[in-house]
Design a protein around this ligand. Structure first.
Ligand code: ZN
Length: 154
């Protein structure tokens, strides 16, 4: 069977290459790989992926995107709280929990304690607030929509 090539939406974190493909490693295991340097994403295994309907590739790509993000630029944390930071820092764990669950379903490596979920989500929100200021919530909304669509397909 020909292996479909799915370009990953994030470039390789090692070499910056954008030629990333997904291989079927086993009956129900998929793994994204960089064609440039051979870097591999996490192996994604699931009984649901026995049927080669694209979900395994999608999941492997999501796992790749979580693990191989390009090195982030340093962010500057302001002395004076901005409204966007105030919003992001004030997120309560009953709000961050569902976000963490959606991210985990999309392949994020988040431990299961509430504290872990809260820390992961706040870290992400604060980065977004620093990068996008008041626009950070829209970025979260867009990513949640993307993950929900991917989950629906899967
Ligand atoms: Zn690479």
């Amino acid at each position: 069977m020909a292996e479909p090539t799915i370009p990953a939406s994030r470039p390789c974190g090692h070499c910056g290459g954008t030629d990333v493909f997904v291989e079927r490693e086993d009956l129900c295991a998929y793994q994204a790989r960089c064609d440039g340097c051979g870097a591999r994403g996490p192996i994604v295994e699931h009984g649901d992926y026995i049927t080669d309907d694209g979900r395994g590739q999608e999941a492997a790509r999501a796992a790749w995107n979580q693990r191989f993000q390009p090195p982030a630029e340093a962010l500057i944390y302001p002395d004076v709280m901005t409204p966007a930071l105030h919003d992001a820092l004030g997120v309560m764990n009953f709000q961050s929990g569902p976000v963490a669950h959606a991210l985990r379903a999309g392949g994020a490596d988040i431990k299961r304690r509430c504290e872990d979920e809260q820390a992961h989500v706040l870290h992400w929100f604060i980065q977004l607030a620093l990068r996008h200021d008041e626009g950070w919530r829209k970025v979260v909304g867009d990513e949640m929509k993307r993950l929900a669509n991917a989950a629906r397909k899967g």
